[in-house]
Every structure is written in structure tokens, then in C-alpha cells.
Design a protein around this ligand. Sequence first.
Ligand code: ZN
Length: 278
Amino acid sequence: MSVDIHPDRYCVHQVTLMEQCDFRAAVEALPRAGIGKTAVWRDKLDAVGVETGRKLLADHGVEAVALCVGGLFCHRAEREFRAALDANRRWLEQAAAIGAPSLIVITGGLADFERDLAGARARALEALGELADDAAATGVRLVLEPLHPMLCGNRSVIGTLGEANDCLDALDRDDVLALALDSYATWWDVELDAQIARAGARLRHFHVSDWLADTRDLRLDRGMPGDGLIDNRAIRRSLEATGFDGPVEVEIFSARDWWRRPADEVLATIVERYRTAL
Ligand code: ZN
């Protein structure tokens, strides 16, 4: 297995250029840096519209590997739960329209569940089960992404790859359900390698950034790969041992640092880190 990441696997999420670039500026900047893949962010897509978004991607030869981020369906109240499912059906259609094979989903947090964590997790399972047929109909897979447990309250009641594997075991719809591994969310987990092996072909997306030793914000201070404590290369090897050969997707939320730098500088740094840190 080669250590180097082939440039065909370079992929930068639109959120990595959240403050610098709108949809158009991002799809113009990526090819300038030799990056041919992206994950589209819903806010960015909504700002230009699906048809324009699709055309901009095609015109610049940029491939959308996923639409981010769907899910957010952990509502106890039936009406809100149904509304969230309908929203996800629209996002599946949007993903299909821009040629993205995946809709990345996070469950959402406790919202109106107060202290009923078990209830929220059951709702997440119910939602994924209901949406599986919609995913099959649109030809877009639903990709569950567990987030770091610090986000259990407000973003995701699924906090480990092991729990995400349990969900997919319970639903038994591996034809349309898959998993995303984000190194920032999972790097601390002593079971990580074992759960990667267990997930096997379910793992369709690999998100990378870094955990800064002196992190100042638990969500919006992700580091550039190589600047922190995560051995992203070791996690990639573990993933590739299962047969994974998909893109290595750089996803950096960095309100104080990388979102404030010129897009070309951010992308040039990422390309360098593909060689040295990923
Ligand atoms: Zn991610």
C-alpha cells in the first residue's frame, strides 16, 4: 500500500472555506490548487440554487462526493419529527440533483427530549429506518456520522463509531445506509481500530482535520492536519486495511484561523499536508 495519497483522492469540504468563499468562489479555487472533489454544504447550495450549483460543479470539473449535513431528526413531537423526515427527503433529492452519491447525516441532539437520551437515540434509529426507502428511491446513500460525545446535547446522540455500527446492525439496510468516520470526532476512542474493522465496507467517507493541543473552542477551532495531536495517517491506514480507497476529505471548522486566511493559502497548505501529514 502506497503511503502517498493520489491527487485523485484530494477533497476539500466547502465548510473549510466557509468565510472566504461562496459556492462559486469555492469551485473556482479548488481546481486552481489541483483539488477535484468537494463536499457541498447545504447553506452554500441554497444560496445559489440546485441548478446553478450543479452547473458550477460541472463547468469547473469539480465532483461533489456528498451533501452536508442532513439528519437532525431527533424530535419527540410527531409533527416536528415528520417535518424533519420531509426535509431529509428534500436533501436526498438535492444530493441526487448535484450528482452527490451521499447525504451525510448527524442525528441532532436532545432538543425536546429533555433528559431522555435513550428516547432520542431510539428516534434516530426510527428516522434512519424510515428514510432508507427514500434513499433507495433517489439512489443517494444516507451516511451516518457519529460526532464527538461533547456534542451529544446539541448535535449528535451517536458519539462513537461503535454506536453507529450498532445502529446499522439493527437496521440491516447496508444497501443504502453507510458510515462516515471523522478523525476529529473519533480519534480518542480506544476501540477505534476494532470498530473500523467491524464497519468494513460501510465506511464510505473519511473526514480529516486535527485536534489542537490548546484548542480554544470545541467545535469551531479544528486544526489543519499536522498541527495537532491526531495521527491521521495511522487512521487512514486502518481504514485502508478494510479496502477503503475513497477520498481523504479535509473538513476544518476554524473561525479564528483558517477561515480568516486567503482561500489559495488554505488550499496550498492542505495539498502540502496531503504529502506530509495525511
Ligand atoms: Zn465530518
